[in-house]
Design a protein. Structure first.
Length: 183
């Protein structure tokens, strides 16, 4: 069912590759007489707009009771597409550590696999606060890296730490759900 929250998640999915393209093609601005900083500003603007849809789609879905199975699939997919598009683009232009991005991608793929197993077993392992904080930390790091602000690299590594911690927390939740299901 396509409702407003699902439309917002779909918009995030559409904005991710556009932002990725802008990060990778600074000549879009420089060849037209603009300073390279306009590339940073525009990519950042798209990222902020797309990130805002993450808050609003969840809020609207809960408040208006519009939670759907499609939304449960689209929302995390859209989040991953946006975050990974930004991180991969930043890595490709030399603004983010390849090791940090590798760790984040591996964690995301691993947890997605665990979620798939959980769903196939009929288990519900909800996202924790650590997972939500991890997403916010990643988004802040991306904003700093996109704008070439100081401490972007330190924020990226802090986000990596939270990414690993929230992954472990998710595994503990999955294990607890498995053990509860066996009892």
């Amino acid at each position: 069912m396509l409702n407003l929250p699902n439309a917002l998640a779909s918009l995030r999915i559409l904005l991710a590759p556009i932002m990725f393209w802008i990060i990778l093609t600074p000549e879009l601005f420089t060849d037209n007489g603009f300073d390279i900083t306009w590339n940073y500003y525009f990519a950042s603007l798209l990222f902020v707009l797309a990130s805002a849809t993450d808050f609003f789609d969840g809020y609207i879905a809960r408040e208006w009771n519009q939670m759907t199975m499609l939304g449960a699939i689209l929302d995390p997919l859209a989040d991953k597409m946006l975050i990974l598009a930004a991180f991969l683009g930043l890595m490709m232009v030399g603004e983010a550590s390849a090791w940090a991005i590798y760790i984040i991608i591996v964690r995301e793929l691993f947890i997605t696999g665990i979620r798939t197993v959980a769903v196939s077993e009929g288990l519900s392992v909800k996202a924790s606060w650590a997972g939500k904080v991890k997403t916010v930390a990643q988004m802040i790091a991306i904003g700093f890296l996109l704008m070439r602000w100081p401490f972007g690299d330190a924020l990226l590594w802090f986000a990596v730490f939270l990414t690993l911690y929230s992954g472990l927390e998710y595994l503990w939740g999955f294990k607890a759900a498995l053990l509860k299901d066996e009892v």
